[in-house]
Ligand binder design. Structure first.
Ligand SMILES: C[S@@+](CC[C@H](N)C(=O)[O-])C[C@H]1O[C@@H](n2cnc3c(N)ncnc32)[C@H](O)[C@@H]1O
Length: 275
């Protein structure tokens, strides 16, 4: 198996996944209300050096580039499969495995290191090392900002008394149950890992994926895309045949049409390297 086995074992790298990731990123940002937490933004110089780890489609850097036209923005990922063909002139994308010791020439060079949703690429035993690795990228006074979702806090509901959500419940329970060992860590351990890495002023904010009500339908649809892509990928065994899966998916879209939705919590964690 390749060195990126952890992510690739369960996740897809298709062109459809690029637009799903972009949609997911935008919906999370809309609920957060920012790309860079205001506590960090207030301290960033206009020529900030910013790294995004597990950058995927580089959506974070593409959104941040116009805010820091004098900044230097570097995206790193274990694979270039999601990299866009064009990026703003102050953005560069490269390969880096966050689980490996970081190259010496990058140590102490960034004002901000950002990470969003790396959980599927990490095992429980990786987190502390990865947080320590990424903290080493920071300049004195620099910040690490990291968003992970607590999918274990998911629930479903409906906008209207007649809304249905049983099919949404069934597929979401299957996906989250399968990945529960992965989802039980990260969102709740990052603050401790940041402190262990020597970061100060460690903070956490929890925002519901339903803070902005208009995102609930699109976010539920986005979640269904990942659920059914995964269920059909054959990467894990599931208790449905193709016909049952088709029926379940059709019912999920009817659930969404009726006002049914799923929601969970988004955890933002940050810490600063001492001056
Ligand atoms: C769920 S995607 C999130 C992408 C992006 N951060 C976003 O929020 O849209 C996870 C990304 O992490 C990358 N990844 C997985 N394991 C990694 C590792 N060990 N080091 C660096 N990147 C990794 C994957 O290739 C993928 O692009």
């Amino acid at each position: 198996m390749s060195s990126n086995e952890v992510y690739e074992k369960h996740m897809l790298r298709t062109t459809g996944e690029v637009s799903r990731l972009n949609g997911q990123f935008n919906l999370i940002s809309e609920n957060l209300g920012y790309q860079i937490h205001p506590t960090i933004g207030a301290r960033l110089p206009e020529n900030a050096r910013i790294a995004d780890i597990g950058t995927g489609t580089a959506n974070f850097l593409i959104k941040v580039a116009p805010l820091y036209p004098k900044g230097t923005l570097h995206g790193y990922d274990i694979s270039k499969s999601f990299f866009p063909s064009e990026v703003p002139s102050n953005v560069e994308l490269s390969i880096l495995d966050a689980r490996e010791p970081i190259p010496e020439e990058l140590e102490g060079t960034y004002d901000l290191v950002h990470v969003r949703m790396l959980a599927m690429g990490l095992l429980e035993s990786d987190w502390r090392t990865v947080v320590a690795n990424l903290s080493r990228l920071l300049k004195p006074g620099g910040a690490l900002q990291w968003e992970e979702c607590n999918f274990l806090a998911w629930s479903e509901g409906g906008f209207y008394p007649e809304s249905t959500f049983q099919a949404l419940h069934t597929i979401e329970k299957l996906l989250i149950g399968t990945f529960a060992p992965r989802f039980k860590i990260g969102w709740n351990t990052l603050a401790g890992d940041m402190e262990a890495a020597g970061l100060a002023e460690v903070g956490t904010e929890v925002v519901g994926s339903d803070r902005v009500k208009s995102t609930l339908g699109p976010y539920t649809a986005n979640s269904m895309c990942v659920c059914f892509q995964w269920a059909r990928s054959g990467k894990d065994s599931i208790p449905f045949n193709e016909e049952e899966l088709n029926e379940l998916e059709a019912q999920c879209w009817r659930d969404i049409g009726s006002g049914g939705y799923v929601r969970f919590d988004i955890h933002v964690n940050w810490g600063f390297k001492s001056l």
